[in-house]
Write a protein that binds this ligand. Structure first.
Ligand SMILES: NC(=O)c1ccc[n+]([C@@H]2O[C@H](COP(=O)([O-])OP(=O)(O)OC[C@H]3O[C@@H](n4cnc5c(N)ncnc54)[C@H](O)[C@@H]3O)[C@@H](O)[C@H]2O)c1
Length: 330
């Protein structure tokens, strides 16, 4: 391809308002967006220890999968109750795995012994890797990255499990270390779901991307790259669908159980969109819609009033015992 073709492409990209440096990299790298075109000069550093910030739905799953892959996991959350909930979830999941013959009692014991439960970011010191899985709030995540930068060794990657927030923006919190920040988007429930959506910010280095792909595979997952746009691919497509299911319910098109049944039987979904919203957490769905709305500027992304109302009333889904549907405890 001659220089003329390349410059025509750059002109088209410029006209579309995309930073040419990143778009040209994307065009020539098969779509995986990279802000820098550096090649990998150093050998990969093995990940022996991984800090997981946040012990909620996602953080507890990520810590368990890391431990099952032979990596020492430090589960960190300022809320002691969340740490205890995670510890209970880990013990129960491993006991069930033994019962089902998926692993020996000794293996389960070793897996659990690899997880420690801590309440301060400083406890991440010395870890080779950190994944933050705290609530979907950009300011909180940026503050956390800054704190992590202060305690992690220079080779450690700072990954975010964000569902929708810009990795490029988050990385500005750590200045010159932005090349070590990446999106590592696991899916719920983490032990079962195969995908890790890998999101490169503008400054993410090729080495960080390569190491993230490698770590995802070590953890038994399939990494797939997506560009840094609000919601990436998964939530850009999924969340408006869930939101629309709330509108269908609000407008009385069908009862919630019937909306789900129609989507399961008619579209071959394993789970209806309203059941899935409860499973994800209605607050999480709401926060993701707000990010999509703010970042993409289209009113179609504004959260349905009924979803907003349920969140305000504390009906958050499975985790609160009630969302669209009821989940009696015990
Ligand atoms: N729930 C899902 O299905 C899902 C799927 C993929 C990605 N995500 C993303 O993962 C992240 C976490 O979601 P979740 O569903 O696990 O939320 P959650 O509400 O279950 O858990 C969030 C946890 O973060 C903790 N936390 C808050 N501030 C903290 C801090 N400064 N340091 C350490 N811990 C802190 C809270 O105590 C809580 O335990 C969000 O960014 C969300 O968008 C969620």
């Amino acid at each position: 391809m001659g220089a003329r073709c390349a410059s025509t492409l750059v002109d088209r990209i410029r006209a579309a308002g995309v930073p040419p440096e990143s778009a040209v990299a994307a065009a020539f790298e098969g779509g995986a967006h990279r802000g820098r075109s550096d090649t990998i000069a150093r050998p990969m550093t093995k990940v022996n220890s991984l800090a997981v910030l946040g012990a909620g739905t996602m953080g507890s799953g990520i810590a368990l999968v890391a431990a099952q892959s032979g990596i020492r996991a430090v589960q960190i959350d300022p809320a002691r109750a969340q740490l205890e909930r995670a510890r209970g979830y880990h013990a129960k999941t491993m006991a069930r795995a033994v019962e089902k013959g998926k692993c020996s009692a000794a293996d389960a014991e070793q897996t659990l012994a690899r997880i420690t439960y801590k309440d301060a970011v400083a406890d991440a010191s010395g870890c080779d890797w950190a994944v933050e899985a705290v609530i979907e709030n950009g300011d909180i995540k940026k503050q956390l990255l800054k704190e992590l930068q202060g305690v992690l060794p220079a080779h450690a990657v700072m990954a975010s499990n964000t569902s929708s927030i810009s990795i490029t923006d988050m990385a500005t919190a750590v200045g010159a270390d932005a090349h070590r920040v990446i999106g590592m988007h696991f899916f719920n429930p983490v032990p079962l779901m195969k995908l890790v959506e890998v999101i490169n910010g503008l400054a993410t280095s090729a080495e960080t991307t390569e190491r993230t792909m490698e770590l995802a595979k070590v953890m038994g997952k399939t990494p797939v790259a997506a560009n840094d746009r609000a919601g990436f691919v998964s939530n850009r497509v999924l969340m408006p669908l869930i939101n629309e299911a709330f509108y269908a319910w609000m407008e009385g098109v069908a009862k919630p159980a019937d909306i789900d049944e129609i989507m399961k039987l008619g579209c071959n979904f394993p789970m209806g969109p309203l059941r899935l919203a409860d499973f994800i957490g209605l607050d999480v769905c709401h926060d993701i819609m707000m990010v999509l709305h703010r970042e993409l500027g289209d009113p179609k992304f504004f959260p349905c009033p009924l979803l907003r109302q349920l969140v305000r009333s504390g009906r958050l889904g499975d985790k609160s015992g009630r969302g669209v549907f009821d989940y009696p405890k015990g």
